[in-house]
Design a binder for this molecule. Structure first.
Ligand code: SF4
Ligand code: SF4
Ligand code: FES
Length: 364
């Protein structure tokens, strides 16, 4: 047995008192979980301490909390690991999940945020046409593609950790967007383009994610919600060429075109190209692009005044000496539809394209 201390945030709305912290001693073998510690407190010290839990095996998704500031399942976090991360002599800090209203102690209102967002993405299959006489048959690889998002246990831990949600509570969020990919990636669904258009056009949709990786880091089931969001974006831009009013399409094309031309990011061109559907001049003739670009002028002027941006940097951007190799890698990858140009590569990464990538990466 070892001694641990849990410092738990308590809150009871019926008491009329504000939230407060309380420290509790816990006596458990080091391999037991933080949830076991909380349940011991309930058993020995204060039965009124509220937490949701059921399976104690990272299956039901009920026991999401924040432990030492990091969102996690309490049953999936070893108490000795949490104590080590807290630091010598410091208590393990346990508080309710973030981005959701607290109902009592460690229980948050999942209906108000998590489930509402899940419903936003129409979380069921919308097949086209008449159902087949027998079952639907789908290629195995299509199901493998959606297996990762199907692994979600709806614990809300990624929602709790999401930095975009903290800034924009209306963001559809990592769990719901991972769920959206589960249907966008399913060949039986008949509303793929409509789903993608809806989530691309929503100002709080797929382009509201800032790539912070927090959801990937905390997800206990390796759903990697951010990867699913990137897949939604690639389907929206690559497969359906959805030119959304949030300039997501232009931003992606702009990045690709800049790297293809210079090999490194020419920052002064990112904004104009984002508004110009990827091109520096062509898209700018659209009144909406001119208006949006004009609105960014004060920011650009502030950059010039502070010296962060100089006229020379705006105009001149050196090409990489081996730009031809960068272009070769890009073209090789783009010519292979199964290989995704992303950190989370899926598909066949062998043979010719692997050679081109290796050759390019040595030089980059
Ligand atoms: S990567 Fe995107 S969805 Fe995931 S936590 Fe960060 S902002 Fe939220
Ligand atoms: S994606 Fe992961 S962290 Fe988010 S709700 Fe599903 S299982 Fe939990
Ligand atoms: S109690 Fe079920 S996931 Fe933790």
């Amino acid at each position: 047995m070892s001694d641990f201390t849990l410092k738990i945030r308590r809150y009871d709305p019926e008491s009329g008192e504000p939230a407060f912290w309380h420290e509790y001693p816990v006596d458990l073998p080091p391999e037991r979980s933080v949830l076991d510690g909380i349940l011991q407190i309930k058993d020995r010290e204060d039965a009124s301490l509220a937490i949701r839990c059921s399976c104690r095996a990272a299956i039901c998704g009920s026991c999401g909390v924040r432990i030492n500031g990091k969102s996690a399942l309490a049953c999936n976090t070893r108490i000795s690991d949490a104590a080590r991360r807290a630091g010598p002599g410091k208590p393990i800090v346990v508080e309710p999940m973030g981005n959701m209203p607290v109902l009592k102690d460690l229980i948050v209102d999942m209906d108000a945020v998590h489930w509402k967002k899940i419903m936003r993405v129409v979380p069921w299959l919308l097949p086209a046409g008449e159902p087949p006489e027998r079952e639907y048959t789908v290629p195995a690889e299509a199901m493998i593609d959606v297996t990762q998002s199907m692994a979600c246990i709806q614990c809300g831990v990624c929602v709790s950790a999401c930095l975009s949600l903290e800034v924009d509570p209306q963001f559809v969020g990592p769990a719901a967007l991972a769920k959206a990919y589960r249907f966008v990636g399913d060949p039986r669904d008949g509303q793929t383009e409509e789903r993608l258009r809806d989530l691309a056009e929503d100002p709080h949709g797929i382009y509201d994610c800032t790539h912070c990786f927090a959801c990937i880091e905390v997800c206990p089931k390796d759903v990697a919600p951010m990867s699913q969001i990137m897949r939604l974006r690639r389907r929206a831009t690559g497969d359906f060429e959805i030119k959304d009013s949030n300039n997501g399409y232009g931003h992606e094309r702009g990045f690709v075109n800049i790297i293809e031309r210079w090999g490194t990011l020419h920052e002064a061109q990112v904004l104009p190209r984002s508004f110009g559907e990827g091109s520096f001049v062509k898209g700018q003739v659209k009144p909406s692009a001119v208006k949006q670009l004009a609105e960014t002028l004060p920011t650009a002027l502030r950059g010039l005044r502070s010296g962060k941006v100089t006229p020379k940097k705006v105009i001149v951007h050196p090409k990489l000496p081996d730009q031809a190799r960068v272009r070769k890698v890009m073209h090789t990858i783009e010519s292979k539809p199964r290989l995704e140009l992303n950190l989370y590569i899926v598909g066949d990464n062998s043979g010719e394209e692997q050679g081109a990538m290796a050759e390019g990466s040595q030089e980059l």
